[in-house]
Design a protein around this ligand. Sequence first.
Ligand code: FES
Length: 184
Amino acid sequence: MVSSSTPAGAHGDPTRRDFLMVASGAMGAVGAAATAWPFINNLNPAADTLALASVEVNVSSLQVGQAITVKWRGKPVFIRRRTADEVKAAAAVKTSELPDPQADSARVKKDKAEWLVLVGVCTHLGCVPMGNKSGDLKGNFGGWFCPCHGSHYDTSGRIRKGPAPKNLEVPPYQFVSDTLVRIG
Ligand code: FES
């Protein structure tokens, strides 16, 4: 017995049912595209994240011997305008005497030796060392002192005494002009 309920359109004729299926398929594609966009857009960094990827700091008001701390990618960055004596002391150290040997000249920009830019995070366990504010302890070597476990950094930010294994990190930076530093 042949059923009379064979779906119309099963023999190739366009029917209302076929149309509904095609239409809902098209809606599905549009819906997928519409939901895919916000998802893809979310993969792009937010504007505030991009802004923090690099930071520009105007250092024109920093006097010789002063320092400031700025925030870059969630970390403190020390910018110190070193005195001539601090530069001389940093340059005079034999790298062979250092736990993490690095010449001062490799840690500053050419012709900008008075400017030292460092990530202000102790390389031992991540405390923020003292020495960037006026009146702070600067440790035995005149740079920074981490009171957490007693690490002493010199005027180049190099580890000289204590448990920290590495020098304070020099972040990527450049002088955009004589008074503007871009970090990152
Ligand atoms: S975290 Fe700085 S000495 Fe331990």
